[in-house]
Write a protein that binds this ligand. Structure first.
Ligand code: ADP
Ligand code: ZN
Length: 743
């Protein structure tokens, strides 16, 4: 059942149920409720030895499916996920199945079609009908439109969608109803698919370059050795082309392919490219689709072994593939492959490797900036490393220049947040008709505001964070829980004036409009992309060069391809490196290299300007040389010294409670117990930088286990203590969430 309380439940099968299969949905009683569950196992065992044999189990109420809707391979994957990520199989189920499939309230979409009444067999017979309609011009006109649209008696389509007919004729449905009552037209309901169909012409894939061909050959060789392949290809080396060729081969062998991308990269840029090559064999599984559409893609796969390629964000690993040949994880370093909340807190890359192994399928990871863990696996021979070091068409990688903000501010050679040399470069590019991307990794206008007189800073009432000022909506917003209030005119304490601190994308937009009044400017961040198609609209406008300068958060870094972008500016790179997280350097490197990769993808060489207060940070030297390997080596040294992945595996426990005292007791109790078992592998109680979110106080405890020790055993011991502490009276109600392999 899609629940977090216990793993599985046992019910008896009443005589009224003649046939039951694993993987079918059933209705069962739970307390006073009726719940939908999936049959996980059919057996004759007493579920609990302590239950005496004469206690009767409760009966299954009803079987909902004739055929299983979950395949055995999916159930074993669910089992693996629940065990590895320390959650219940029900939580996995809730994440894995489209909600409508669980609730059983999926309905097929039907359309109404209109056709001519069968009593008419040739055109002549319609003449008396038209005569009879002389006094009813509306009905006459509707019938004329129908004949025009349907080509009745002439060629193929004799039926017309009701909607189309009404739209074209401009007549009402009442008029149509009269014609149906007079037995001139008939209406019929037909089931139609919600999945958009692609009718565009199929184009052949591009021929591969030598470098790409070599990569394809090496990947094939790696697959033959049953190894996961890591394709490390610089930005714009044509990794997508390599994927396309491998996918085509798989489809030709009658196999299915899962193509995973970060959510944000599911733009029409990529889907259009794939549609052209794969046509109807392409399916897109998208969280922006309605749940009904997702059920249809799910059912389609469930009922067929036809060759298909499914493009999806991380949840694609839960689809019912019957004939999987290949899983591609594009931009494999991207942290959006990891689900943070709720459980299962899984990483789609790890799940992909497990699911592919079970299906005897191959796995290809691709990126310009591999995750340290993945590259380590390649270096140690666990994965096969395949490299493409040249950009397509002989283009060079962008030139990366640094601007020392300390010096600029000192010499007063700044305009607001733009150093003079940057302003100069932007002006030059604009005169040459080029496009510019400006990267600022904070949304809103100012991260916080404070009173000029008394220093008061508005904070969220649910979380320990300051509220971010949004000028466009004149609101103060909590970026943790979404709490929003309209911004007060002045300080509520002393009526003093506000001053804003820090800078977000909105403020940058204002500065850009002031600095470059002629330029057409757009902004892409969470706030401008809330509507269904707004993200797409901004990208399309920029791709068509209707916008000169695009300002954005990390959304602009991912997998986009624009022809005329010659300059990428990073306004303040330091904030990315300041977080205490052990991954902050890795993330900063990846993000900067990726955002730089948007520059100069056709024609002239691209240029990147990074503004920073620490131009001596060694990370920039690696970046300027596009030297991933040296960056990796340096990082690996740090990871070893400070006992982090890939040398250690981590579990972070987050403890939550409304009651501060109980939380504190539980955290200390748990950490003390764990330290007795695990010694210094277990941390003390950690107070997170933001110690209260949505009225829940937070504490964390971190456990690290040597990579060569038994992780499963360590996790089992860990969970025993977690469960024990949750039963202690003075810790009651503490929520404890394990996060395995945290990002
Ligand atoms: P990456 O994914 O490595 O960043 P892409 O696959 O997006 O690179 O390729 C970058 C650009 O080069 C795209 O516009 C793509 O169409 C073009 N390209 C790459 N390889 C070829 C090829 N073999 N033939 C034609 N165009 C190519
Ligand atoms: Zn909040």
């Amino acid at each position: 059942m899609p629940l977090a309380i216990a793993d599985t439940y046992t019910y008896s099968i009443p005589d009224s149920i003649a046939c039951l299969e694993v993987g079918t949905r059933v209705l069962v009683p739970l307390g006073k409720k009726t719940i939908t569950g999936i049959v996980y196992r059919i057996h004759c065992e007493n579920p609990d030895e302590t239950i005496s044999p004469d206690i009767r189990l409760r009966d299954i109420i009803e079987v909902l499916d004739e055929q299983p809707i979950v395949l055995p391979s999916q159930l074993s994957l669910w089992r693996w996920l629940a065990d590895y990520y320390l959650c219940t199989i029900g939580e996995v189920m809730a994440a894995a199945l489209p909600a409508r499939l669980i609730d059983n309230d999926y309905t097929a979409r039907t359309e109404v079609y209109i056709s001519l009444h069968p009593r008419f067999t040739d055109v002549e017979q319609l003449q008396p009908v038209f005569d009879s309609l002389k006094r009813a011009p509306k009905q006459q006109r509707l019938l004329e439109y129908f004949l025009e649209l349907s080509d009745a008696f002439d060629g193929a389509p004799h039926i017309v969608e009701q909607r189309q007919l009404i739209e074209h004729s401009g007549e009402s449905t009442a008029v149509l109803r009269t014609l149906i009552e007079k037995q001139i037209l008939v209406a019929s309901h037909e089931v139609v698919s919600r999945i958009p169909s692609y009718d565009a012409d199929i184009e052949p894939a591009h021929p591969l370059t030598d470098q790409q061909q070599r990569a394809v050959d090496e990947i094939r060789a790696g697959f033959a050795e049953q190894k996961v392949c890591l394709l490390h290809g610089v930005t714009s080396s044509g990794k997508t082309e390599v994927y396309i060729h491998l996918i085509r081969e798989m489809l030709a062998q009658g196999k299915q392919v899962l193509y995973l991308v970060p959510e944000i990269a599911l733009t029409t840029q990529l889907t259009d490219r794939l549609k052209k090559v794969f046509g109807k064999q392409l399916g897109v599984y998208h969280s922006r689709f309605s749940d009904m559409e997702r059920v249809e893609i799910y059912k389609d796969l469930l009922n067929s072994t036809e060759p298909k390629v499914i493009l999806s964000a991380r949840s694609g690993v839960f689809l019912p593939f019957r004939n999987l040949g290949l899983v591609i994880v594009d931009e494999e370093h991207d942290s959006s492959f990891k689900q943070q909340d709720p459980a299962p807190r899984y990483h789609a890359r790890s799940v992909a490797v497990v699911m592919a192994k079970a299906a005897n399928a191959s796995v290809l990871l691709g990126t310009a900036t591999p995750a340290i863990e993945s590259y380590y696996n390649a270096q140690t021979g666990k994965y096969r490393l395949v490299e493409m070091s040249e950009r397509y068409a002989g283009l060079s990688l962008p030139r990366i220049g640094l601007v020392d903000l300390k010096r600029q501010y000192h010499r007063k050679e700044m305009f607001e947040h733009f150093a003079d040399p940057l302003v100069e470069r932007i002006n030059k590019q604009l005169t040459e008709g080029k496009q510019i991307i400006i990267f600022q990794n904070r949304r809103g206008y100012a991260p916080y505001i404070g009173c000029k007189r008394c220093g008061y800073v508005p904070k969220c009432c649910n979380c320990d964070v300051s509220l971010t000022y949004h000028k466009r909506t004149n609101t103060l917003v909590c970026h943790y829980c979404g709490y929003t209030v309209s911004a007060p005119q002045s300080c509520p304490n002393c009526q003093g004036e506000w001053r804003d601190f820090g800078v977000g994308t909105e403020k940058i937009e204002d500065e850009v409009t002031g600095l470059f009044p002629e330029a057409r400017v757009a902004r892409m961040d969470l706030d401008t992309t809330r509507n269904k198609n707004s993200h797409q609209r901004i990208i399309n406008a920029f791709a068509r060069h209707e916008v000169d300068i695009l300002i954005g958060t990390q959304m602009v870094t991912k997998g986009l391809h624009f022809n005329d972008v010659s300059l990428v500016a990073v306004l303040n790179a330091d904030s990315m490196m300041q977080s205490p997280d052990f991954r902050s350097s890795e993330r900063a490197f990846q993000m900067l290299e990726q955002v730089a990769g948007r520059a100069g993808r056709t024609g002239s060489q691209g240029e990147v300007i990074i503004q920073t207060f620490q131009p001596d940070n060694p990370l920039y030297a690696y970046l300027q040389k596009h030297d991933y390997k040296s960056f990796y080596t340096a990082q690996l040294g740090e990871r070893k010294t400070f006992r982090f992945p890939p040398f250690y595996r981590l579990v972070v426990l987050t403890l939550k409670h409304r009651d501060y005292t109980r939380l504190d007791t539980a955290a200390r109790e748990l950490s003390e117990r764990l330290r007795k078992v695990f010694g210094n592998r277990c941390s003390d109680v950690i107070i997170p930088p933001i110690a209260r979110v949505q009225n829940m106080h937070l504490r964390t405890i971190r456990l690290r286990i040597e990579a060569n020790a038994s992780f499963a055993q360590a996790k089992a011991i860990l969970m025993q203590h977690v469960r024990y502490v949750q039963t202690l009276p003075n810790c009651k109600g503490t929520v404890i969430q394990p996060d395995v392999d945290p990002m």
